[in-house]
Design a protein around this ligand. Structure first.
Ligand code: UTP
Length: 291
């Protein structure tokens, strides 16, 4: 079985739900306290053993590229101040996480179309996809949990969580039968199901492992919901033909593509932040009394 060494992070969406922040900046650069969302995601990939990451971009490319590059002038300034040694190390480490590559999605035609832009980068290997606006924080990296399921079952894997009956209308719904250890066999799925169309409340959230055959499937996937080429439609074909594995991953997932998700991520991460956690908790306690 081929090892999973490559990951694709689609980051070329228009981010219309978080406008105007995303007018000139990709939503993947929105911060959670002091780190952009995409850094959490690349850190998760690196912690899962991924060596090469391809970020699919279309605008704000400079910002993303600069973030994972060295910053000689800034590093020189930090190096001159002994009090800034820790932050210097943190800044330098960003460029050492893994090899980061970029390709542009020339038209914003959907997540499936974005993933299809990774065909030559991926070649004939299975690969991980980490959605650029889904940050998952937990002890055991979500991507690593999916890789272990791929290694066990040898099938494509989707990271899933159970969502509410209202939320399932906005996401995908999977037909699943339980296996063991948080894994399920998935044989069908539907994107944004209408009332009565859902298979279950398990929905794909942010992570998957795909075999290279997905590219041929994507080539023949017509535009689906919203006139976009949906990755779920291609995964549906894969699940029906070969079967997939759904992994109910551990970790807290934050939707950085929504304003509420951005605020939840910031409040929860700030509460546990080593530098500001204590002061922020005090601040929130005071605020809570007045609302
Ligand atoms: P979303 O559907 O949440 O992205 O895609 P969006 O289109 O930016 O969202 P809204 O509804 O307008 O706010 C999930 C992930 O796929 C990427 C996005 O950047 C996000 O990380 N994506 C989406 C692409 O790379 N290309 C696309 O054409 C669409």
């Amino acid at each position: 079985m081929k090892k999973i060494r490559k990951a694709v992070i689609p980051a070329a969406g228009l981010g219309t739900r978080v406008l105007p922040a995303t007018k000139a900046m990709p939503k993947e650069m929105l911060t959670i306290v002091d780190k952009p969302a995409i850094q959490y995601i690349v850190e998760e990939a690196a912690a899962s053993g991924i060596e090469d990451v391809l970020i699919i971009t279309n605008r704000g490319k400079g910002l993303l590229e600069d973030h994972f590059d060295r910053a000689p002038e800034l590093e020189e300034r930090l190096a001159a101040d002994p009090g800034k040694a820790a932050v210097l190390e943190e800044v330098r480490n960003i460029s050492r996480l893994c090899n980061v590559w970029y390709v542009r999605q020339k038209e914003t035609k959907g997540l499936g179309h974005a993933v299809n832009c990774a065909r030559s980068f991926v070649g004939g290997e299975p690969f991980a996809v980490l959605y650029g606006d889904d940050v998952i924080i937990g002890e055991d990296p979500a991507c690593a949990q999916l890789i272990r399921a791929y290694e066990k079952y040898g099938l494509g894997v989707a990271g899933v969580k159970e969502v509410s009956a209202e939320a399932i209308r906005k996401y995908s719904s999977l037909k699943v039968q339980p296996l063991e250890g948080g894994c399920m066999r998935c044989t069908d799925m539907v994107e944004k199901p209408g009332p009565g169309e859902e298979f279950s409340l398990y929905s794909i959230l942010g992570r998957c492992i795909l075999p290279p055959e997905i590219f041929d499937i994507l080539d023949s996937t017509p535009p689906g919901f919203g006139g976009e080429i949906q990755l779920t439609d291609a995964m549906k074909a894969l699940a029906r033909e070969k079967g997939m594995i759904a992994v109910d991953f551990t970790g807290k997932r934050y939707d950085m593509g929504s304003k509420l998700g951005v605020m939840q991520a910031n409040v929860e991460v700030a509460l546990g932040h080593p530098e500001i956690g204590g002061a922020f908790r005090e601040y929130l306690r005071g605020l809570a009394g007045s609302i």
